[in-house]
Write a protein that binds this ligand. Structure first.
Ligand SMILES: Nc1ncnc2c1ncn2[C@@H]1O[C@H](COP(=O)(O)OP(=O)(O)OP(=O)(O)O)[C@@H](O)[C@H]1O
Ligand SMILES: [Mg+2]
Length: 320
């Protein structure tokens, strides 16, 4: 592992029910203090990858390969050591706060619980700190709102509570899984600005999972594009947006609205199910550049220039 690497996902495959492979040999590193974007359409394996890192894969799932965090091989840790990392050194912000917050406990108590569990704080100290954290995430009148139940807050505020909970123990890594998808556009921008501010202040690393390339271009330093459980292309964000080479990436970029008079070009078809993937390149069914050889063997992920990886044998033809 290089110096400065916080998280290393090394050849990880994830399976459900023993042998249904939903993520296929993915590798990426996240450096200390960086925002790393993971982008792809629904079902490509973004959330299960985050769940593997967080150590919360469902009972019927397992991973192969290795995940290293702060130099530790996660598969070598005991269940108790893993619990010690969760919510403490690694935390997660989920898409829909209403399903992750407990409706019968106040938001303050839910933040305080994290501090009592990992920091051994007394209830009074933890509640006082919870109010401070609500202030940090810009919730007005935090000393009062700390006693609110989740349903008394707006969607944007609940997402801020999730962020407060995630940063309560000053984690090294935050896995933000579609952190703003449930919010309307202006609130989305505010919440991301807030997360970004906190990330910079504490030099945290963030894995920003989204299907929105626009969010990634504004916030992430590097990005991996996933499709059908694979990484198709990965580069620093500026390169990926200026010189995308994989037809899937180009398709995603073309489907971002650019202006009123520029037509949106969606990618035709759907993501295939993990149990019915095409032979050869997994994107070949939907690719406008497909050739016979694309169907014969799956292309390898190749470094086409320093730090820029691509999984397409036709990339020289489709450079835009
Ligand atoms: N509990 C489960 N049991 C069986 N298969 C599952 C389970 N959870 C996820 N999967 C499958 O694993 C694959 C990856 O799912 P995942 O939730 O990681 O997708 P995603 O990229 O996060 O999609 P989205 O953008 O919709 O959140 C999908 O094919 C999904 O159907
Ligand atoms: Mg998901």
């Amino acid at each position: 592992m290089r110096d400065g690497t916080l998280l290393s996902v090394d050849n990880v495959s994830i399976y459900f029910n023993r042998n249904l492979k939903v993520v296929n040999s993915i590798s990426f590193d996240v450096d200390k203090g960086e925002i790393f974007g993971v982008v792809g359409e629904s079902g490509c394996g973004k959330s299960v990858t985050a769940a593997a890192v967080m150590g919360i894969l469902p009972q019927n799932a397992h991973y192969e390969g290795e995940i290293y965090f702060e130099g530790k091989r996660l598969s070598a840790l005991t269940a108790e050591q893993r619990r010690g990392l969760r919510g403490n050194r690694i935390s997660m912000i989920f898409q829909e706060p209403m399903t992750s917050l407990n409706p019968v406990l106040t938001v303050g108590y839910q933040i305080a619980e994290v501090l009592m569990a990992h920091r051994g704080m007394s209830k009074n100290d933890a509640m006082a700190r919870a109010a401070e954290l609500l202030g940090d995430v810009k919730i007005p009148s935090p000393a009062l709102r700390v006693r609110d139940y989740p349903h008394q807050m707006s969607g944007g505020m609940r997402q801020r509570v999730m962020i407060a909970m995630a940063i309560a123990c000053n984690p090294a890594l935050v896995l933000a899984d579609e952190p703003t998808t449930a919010l309307d556009v202006t609130i989305q921008a505010q919440v991301l600005r807030l997360l970004r501010g906190i990330q910079e202040k504490f030099n945290m690393s963030v894995v920003l999972i989204t299907h929105d390339l626009g969010l990634v271009s504004e916030n992430a330093g590097r990005v991996a594009i996933m499709y059908a459980g694979r990484i198709m292309e990965s580069a620093d964000t500026a390169t990926l947006f200026k010189h995308p080479v994989h037809p899937y990436t180009i398709g995603l970029l073309n489907s971002i609205p650019k202006g009123r008079h520029i037509p949106l070009v969606p990618i035709p078809g759907f993501v295939p199910r993990p149990d019915s993937l095409p032979e050869g390149c997994k994107f070949s069914d939907r690719c406008g550049y497909v050739e016979k050889r694309c169907k014969e063997a799956e292309p390898a992920l190749i470094e086409i220039e320093k730090g820029h990886l691509n999984r397409c044998i036709l990339n020289d033809k489709v450079v835009s």
